[in-house]
Write a protein that binds this ligand. Structure first.
Ligand SMILES: [Mn+2]
Length: 354
């Protein structure tokens, strides 16, 4: 019996303020549903962050209901948990879908999937996340950061190993990862711990191809299916951005370009102008020049075509703000950082300063 493991779909993410990006995130979820139906999986397991924030629009809700209905018509249940981005105080969106018969909200009560009991744990905060105890051999779904994925992760693999589960499917970390044969934790029946990864690039750091996992519940075998996503092109600080764009003009059409700026040869305006001429969707410039070479500190905000960010950045650059204030401002106005995440992101930044 095979299931499809997905998560971190972030529907509603209007990355860089672009409607095209909002559609991309919705389209990625539609692809996931199409794969699930084509592969005749026994269930889709969604490990949280279905939505990018707590307030999906009517459009997003309607698109999601449509996608979930397709799955239901194919006789495939969607089993989900709630992630940090979409988590609300009271009733969750997932509960609403469950009421409509379009999803199952996994919990401490088992959901029987063939021979396997499936349990779920909603996002439980960053400070401390103890996995719930489940009967030996079951499947547990969580939305947490594992210490093996990021050293400051709140969920410890060692604790997971003692929770009884044989399979642990995770969301929250946006890269696909697999841990197997956890022999170091001798007392454990734990066979597989895995992150499925996000379905569209939610941040520039997500450079690997996006995809979903097909997992055989009996053997633990895992296969990947790649998704077709927006093309992101990275220009390293060793390369001249203007020459790179000129050399591969075709590739830059509709693409998002990330330029790591290594020298001061070209102004951001010039890079932006060339990228626009090549038909790219957006440009983000990340300054990798040594501090001393920066005549005027540029804000680390994205420069999008046709919106106010570059103008605001220009004006702010004229203010006498400290480097830290500029970075905090960057986080607040970064559209890739959801409003509900600003506190956490600023705290991380402040921790780094100490
Ligand atoms: Mn996420």
């Amino acid at each position: 019996m095979r299931i499809l493991h997905t998560g971190d779909t972030h529907i509603g993410a209007r990355q860089y303020g672009l409607e095209a990006r909002r559609s991309d995130f919705a389209r990625a979820f539609t692809q996931v549903i199409t794969i699930a139906i084509a592969e005749s999986v026994a269930a889709v397991i969604h490990a949280g962050d279905l939505f990018d924030d707590r307030y999906p629009s009517a459009e997003e809700l309607s698109e999601t209901v449509r996608a979930l209905s397709r799955l239901k018509e194919a006789g495939i249940p969607l089993l989900g948990i709630v992630g940090n981005h979409e988590q609300r105080r009271g009733v969750q969106w997932l509960d609403l879908f469950a009421e409509l018969g379009l999803a199952v909200h996994l919990s401490a009560e088992p959901y029987q999937l063939g021979e396997t009991e499936v349990y779920g744990m909603d996002y439980a905060g960053r400070r401390r996340a103890r996995p719930q105890q489940v009967p030996p051999g079951s499947l547990l779904v969580c939305h947490q950061m594992l210490d093996k994925a990021r050293s400051d992760g709140e969920l410890r693999l060692e604790e997971l190993a003692g929770c009884g589960a044989r399979l642990v499917l995770l969301g929250d970390y946006h890269e696909h990862r697999v841990w197997r044969a956890m022999g170091a934790y001798g007392h454990t029946p734990l066979q597989l711990v895995t992150y499925c990864g996000s379905t569209e690039r939610w941040s520039l750091d997500e450079r690997e191809p996006r995809g979903v996992s097909l997992i055989d519940l009996e053997t633990g075998r895992l296969d990947r299916r790649e998704l077709t996503t927006r093309s992101f092109i990275y220009i390293s600080e060793e390369d001249d951005p203007i020459k790179s764009i000129a050399a591969q003009q075709e590739q830059f059409k509709e693409a998002i370009i990330c330029v790591y700026r290594g020298s001061d040869e070209h102004s951001i305006a010039e890079i932006e102008e060339r990228a626009r001429a090549a038909g790219s969707l957006a440009v983000r410039v990340r300054d990798r020049r040594p501090q001393a070479e920066r005549e005027r500190p540029e804000l680390q905000v994205q420069l999008d075509f046709g919106d106010l960010d570059s103008l605001v950045a220009e004006r702010l650059a004229q203010q006498d703000l400290s480097g830290l204030a500029r970075q905090i401002d960057g986080i607040i106005r970064d559209r890739a950082v959801a409003d509900s995440r600003v506190d956490a992101e600023v705290n991380v930044l402040l921790d780094e300063q100490q």
